[in-house]
Design a protein around this ligand. Sequence first.
Ligand code: 173
Length: 322
Amino acid sequence: MRQMLIAGLALGGLVVQAQAPVLAQEVTLRAVTSFAEGTQFSKNFERFIQKVNADGKGQVQINYIGGPRAMPPFEVGNAVRTKVVDIANVTGAFYTNLVPEADGLKLIAKPMSEQRQNGTWAFVDQLHQQKINAHYLARQFHNVPFHIYLNKKIDKMDFTGLKIRVTPVYKDVVEAMGGTTVTTAPGEVYTALERGVVDGYGWPVSGIFDLGWEKVTKFRLEPAFYSVEVGVLVNNDVWKGLSAAQKKVLSDAALWLEGLDTENVALVKAERDKQAAAGIQPIDLGPEPSKAFLAKANEVGWASVIKRSPENGAKLRQLAGN
Ligand code: 173
């Protein structure tokens, strides 16, 4: 009996081995995005999905479930961790509860080619593996900055009396300027502005037209600051379960996705022109206040990351070089 069982197991093993190439079937990954479908910060991820589905035939496919209509943005990071989804397009600002260091990614503005070369990407990937059980596949939009948009004119860098919609990206700097903050998902910004619940909001230089915010926005405060980070996260158990060929399809597409950042230079310029045409006026308080604002934003941004994660925060800052 025992002999038979062992023989059976051995045979079973052989059979499995012999079939291994056949068994490496096409895998389908379930994907969500933390931004509205078809909008600025989902678009390139959607192109990435198309590419994977074209290049990965017979290997790996992505089933795009969608955006915030399918899942609240602030839950996307946790959904990757718990394998409710396999892959997601999400900014670190939306899961700082799980990875406090992710708030530091906005402070790293080097091109991804450089970040992959100098160890930044590997460290960020390691942090994601440890804290959120995710492989950090790609980072997008390093060359798109943020702004504070206002509906009340200011004549000095002082937000006293202003209530500003934030995420962790802007919270520290808005408070440092004396403003009060209210954290909301992007989907709540329009209504908050329309009802006058907030006097302004933080958002990248691009994307305000996607959700009609130009209708409820008067001013864009200069200067632009920080650096958008939208990552592509893959559940790490799912990642480890993929074959080398499947990983290659995704990794190659990830590098291609990062390469799309070259398009952002023209896009940012076009968005600023479009805002001007829509009547959104820049508030430029001059070189000295702008310089001081940038220095303050950098200082409070790093201080906040380093306070929550002293060692990792310091290492990130050293890699960022600012
Ligand atoms: O403002 C936000 O919701 C936010 O934090 C963000 C981050 C990256 C891209 C766009 C918005």
